[in-house]
Design a protein around this ligand. Sequence first.
Ligand code: SF4
Length: 186
Amino acid sequence: MNQELWKELEQFALNCKACELCKTRRNVVFGSGDPNSRLWLVGEAPGSNEDEQGLPFVGQAGAILDTFLEKNGFKRHSLFITNVIKCRPPNNADPTEDQKSNCFPILAAQLAIGKPKYILALGRHAAEAFVPKPFRSIKEIRGQVVLSGETKVVVTYHPAAVLRNPRLGEIVEHDIQMMSRLIAGE
Ligand code: SF4
């Protein structure tokens, strides 16, 4: 991976004012972990804790995610974790189409530099970035391998959805196991 380009991109993102979310954010959440990792996790947008710390998945949803990752032999610091939207939408609102299209070039540039082989997409907005066909719900597309260019993508529910509905935990765990087997088999 070209470290210099990556650093340049990070600086660009940290100073980005391409949409109105720059006015209300406390920190830009560029991502954390190792961008050289074969597996990246991509979520939706920072929440309050993420905005405060400038890191992805650090609240309760992050704790759930860590549990699932560790159960399947993954360590958070050895993966790269980011979001489709890099600044927090106020009141945890769903990101708008404009915000997504303004911010997507940053994720696209991250992917072009880091070239992950596998992506676990967490939640609907993350799935929309990688699944080419229209879909109505995560239920319709989760638990299968989708190709996005040369990257193998598995979609699952966002850990915040597991907080609201703990029964989804079993499904997320199943999908992470699936990703683990996929990586181990290649
Ligand atoms: S959300 Fe994305 S496009 Fe909008 S200001 Fe933040 S980094 Fe820039």
